[in-house]
Design a protein around this ligand. Structure first.
Ligand code: GLA
Ligand code: CA
Length: 765
């Protein structure tokens, strides 16, 4: 006992004597304990990696040549109900940081509270939407109060891990790309103050933004960093920042290694050599970076987000075409980057650890099932239809039932305003239609007469909540009303079907004979050895999979993702249980495990072409609102209209370009009479003269998806003039158009001569 006490005293003395470590902002460089330090960070997301694999992934990053891990904190993962916090298991972010420290890695923490990240609602908890008029990411007192409480609780976990306090956290981010959302310095200041109040006072605080937006909310006392992707011209990106702050250390806080996938769109990849070249250019200039993602992993369960406008929900895989693939294996990109970093760091890098074993699982049958309609919970009643948040439900499926108050005629319109996100409509149990928010399908024409009293079932599946832009206020289910021939339908019974395993398992326990339509399917398989595997979902329709009580993620036959990553650490020797909720119904109720994923099999007509064969655009009788040349060189360009114009239909015609080959536009905005950008949430594509099939997702809707790094590009075979026609959803008044050509190096395909048409009536096609 005496000896122990002596040792304890000695340890305390050593701790007191050792000078605390520091991380500071110096002139032109970050300073670690007073010495210049270039951050080479690897972005990893702890909820996207099963906790038993955390250490493996951290070691992979270390062996790659990184010296830090950069991570978001996902508020909604920790506070699923207001005031109930979870920092255990896969949510134990402090443990994740300590594991990084164990391997000599620093940590950059990005606690949001908004994080984007292709994560459900950008990390914000859905229950914030229970307040009808909540204004997210603003100084709404309710929002600030909830943010403050969360950050304070987070501070208890992470503030002690700041570098000067003996931990490894070297930087903390304030908000996330706020310039792409709003202009309000006071809000950024409020988040900064909440972070300080939570104890994040001992390391530099920073903001991240795009080169085009960083000035909007830049606070004098924060470090400014920039985000951009593979292929970008590094000097061009930092030009404005260098001018604004000649002495600041430069950092790319997100250098995008690849990109994420949406259901129903082609799988995204980015060239390895181009990615490595960008990192080389940054290292040559002493620029710090974080590689987003170094390992993307998997968005398990219901945590995938979505983009809007052009609503598109995220796939479950977050492979991201990153150097370390979804299951933790090194890719050719990894090898190339490691070779570069090895040259840079001089000391020999450790060898990458062996990946967890991979197994295949022979085909097995899910031999029991129960129709979703036979496994309903007790209903609630509601005179008016309401979104699922109003019933205290966060995620999953919701069923609305009513009876027609009158007879309905074939050809009448049943309008669901709006479907968030995928609905099946049944009349007396017969499927009438499936409506898909991605396609703006919000109504159906009745295929037959329906007698008064017909039972109407509307089964709605919530996909991800939007994680970027103003649409993050994304309520699920049916958001406003259902009308039949203009009459609002009332007197609803509502059945809440959230995806938590305990509830799903209770349904599945009653499974028996095989039903048709939406159903829970149950099966088991036996294993002698566990290992990582990829469940083949190609025979299934649309829904979610649970294995041994854990929600693996969403699947959808349309692809491009056809397999679900099943980590071996969640399997056991002997019997394993699988539940599948399939809202459509399988072709065959069997599953098997592959030793590799299928992430690139799109099995749906490409939504993106926007040109039925034979259709052409006839502008011969139209008068342009504006005819002008776009000057050469990158960046946003504003072209004022000679006089304000009004209309709902916008056509941008490109008559010539600065270079040979295809032309591209990354973003289009219209400015209102007062010069502020008009909202684009309701925009849609009517026509695109062509799309480059070589580039994944170079579709026309990329001109209004709010992302500067995505673009519409014409086919290399198409000749000018090129054109796109957009339906703005409602008539607007505009004084100017703003366009952003592609932001990548050399700005390929820059348009020159333009004609712009804005008019009330649709164009002739
Ligand atoms: C932005 C966000 C990230 C992520 C990337 C795209 O930079 O800050 O959270 O959404 O885009 O993957
Ligand atoms: Ca874009």
């Amino acid at each position: 006992m005496r000896l122990f006490a002596t040792l304890l005293c000695a340890a305390a003395a050593v701790a007191l004597l050792a000078k605390p470590e520091t991380f500071e902002v110096g002139k032109g460089a970050f300073l670690l304990n007073g010495e210049p330090f270039v951050v080479r960070a690897a972005e990893l997301h702890y909820p996207r990696i099963p906790a038993p694999y955390w250490e493996h992934r951290i070691r992979m990053c270390k062996a790659l040549g990184m010296n830090a891990i950069c991570l978001y904190v996902f508020w909604n993962f920790h506070e699923r109900e207001p005031g109930v916090f979870d920092f255990s298991g896969n949510a134990d972010v402090a443990r994740f940081c300590r594991l990084a420290q164990k391997h000599g890695m620093y940590v950059i923490v990005r606690p949001g509270p908004y994080v984007c990240a292709e994560w459900e609602m950008g990390g914000l908890p859905w229950w914030l939407l229970r307040k009808k008029d909540v204004r997210l990411r603003s100084n709404d007192p309710f929002y600030l109060d909830r943010v403050g409480r969360f950050l304070k609780r987070l501070g208890r976990e992470l503030a002690p891990l700041q570098l000067p306090r003996g931990g490894n956290i070297i930087m903390v981010q304030v908000e996330n790309e706020y310039g792409a959302y709003a202009t309000d310095k006071s809000h950024v200041a409020n988040i900064r103050d909440s972070l300080r109040a939570a104890g994040f006072t001992d390391v530099p605080l920073f903001q991240c933004d795009w080169a085009s937006t960083f000035r909007r909310n830049a606070l004098d006392d924060l470090v400014w960093t920039l985000n951009f992707g593979t292929g970008t011209d590094i000097d061009g990106q930092f030009r404005a920042l260098r001018e604004a702050r000649p002495d600041t250390p430069l950092m790319c806080s997100e250098y995008w290694s690849g990109w994420f996938d949406h259901w129903g769109r082609r799988h995204e990849t980015r060239d390895a050599d181009t990615m490595v070249r960008g990192i080389r250019d940054m290292l040559d200039r002493g620029i710090s970076f974080s590689l987003y993602m170094t390992h993307g992993g998997t968005t398990f369960g219901w945590w995938g987000g979505a983009n809007n406008p052009a609503y598109s929900a995220m796939c479950s895989s977050y492979d991201y075409d990153a150097p370390i693939d979804e299951a933790g294996h090194a890719t050719p990109k990894y090898a190339k980057l490691r070779a570069l970093l090895q040259k840079h760091v001089k000391h020999p890098l450790p060898e990458p650890p062996a990946p967890p074993p991979v197994i295949t699982v022979p085909t097995f049958t899910l031999d029991r099932a129960i129709s979703l309609f036979d496994a309903l919970p007790a209903p609630r009643t509601s005179p008016q239809i309401r979104p699922m948040e109003d019933f205290g439900q966060g995620w999953g499926t919701i069923l609305y039932v009513t009876h027609l108050p009158r007879a309905a005629k074939q050809g009448e319109t049943l309008a669901l305003d709006e479907v968030h996100d995928w609905a099946q409509v049944f009349a007396d149990g017969r499927l009438l239609a499936r409506l898909d928010r991605r396609k703006k399908e919000f109504s159906l024409t009745l295929p037959t007469d329906l007698p008064a009293g017909t039972r109407l079932d509307i089964l709605v599946e919530a996909m991800g909540r939007v994680n970027f832009g103003a649409s993050i206020h994304d309520r699920k289910g049916i958001t406003e009303r259902v009308t039949l021939g203009g009459d609002t339908l009332t007197d609803w019974q509502v059945f809440n079907l959230p995806p938590e395993h305990a509830l799903v398992a209770a349904k599945a326990a009653q499974a028996g004979a095989r039903p048709q339509g939406p159903a829970y399917w149950v099966g088991t398989f036996e294993l002698d050895e566990t290992g990582d595997t990829f469940l083949d979902l190609r025979d299934w329709g649309k829904g979610m999979v649970w294995v041994n009580g854990i929600a693996l993620g969403r699947f959808w036959e349309i692809g491009p993702q056809q397999t679900l990553f099943l980590p071996g650490c969640w399997l056991r020797k002997g019997r394993n249980e699988v539940i599948v909720l399939d809202l459509k119904g399988p072709r065959a109720p069997t599953l098997r495990g592959f030793d590799r994923p299928i992430l690139d099999q799109l099995r749906t007509p490409d939504l993106s072409v926007h040109r039925e064969s034979g259709r052409t655009l006839n502008l011969s009788r139209e008068t342009p609102t504006l005819e002008a040349d776009l000057p050469p060189g990158g960046g946003w360009q504003t072209l004022a209209f000679p006089k304000p114009a009004r209309g709902r239909h916008l056509c941008v015609e490109i008559r010539s370009a600065w270079q040979e080959g295809p032309v591209a536009i990354a973003e289009i905005e219209l400015l209102g009479p007062d010069g502020t950008p008009l909202p684009r949430e309701d925009w849609g594509v009517t026509f695109a003269s062509s799309v480059d099939p070589q580039v994944a997702n170079a579709t026309a809707d990329k001109v209004y998806d709010l992302q500067e790094s995505t673009f519409w590009q014409t086919s290399p075979h198409a000749k000018a003039p090129h054109a796109i026609v957009l339906d703005l959803g409602a008539a607007v008044e505009a004084s100017a158009i703003r366009l952003l050509p592609r932001v990548e190096q050399g700005s390929p395909g820059q348009p020159k001569r333009l004609r712009v048409f804005l008019k009330p009536a649709p164009f002739r096609l």
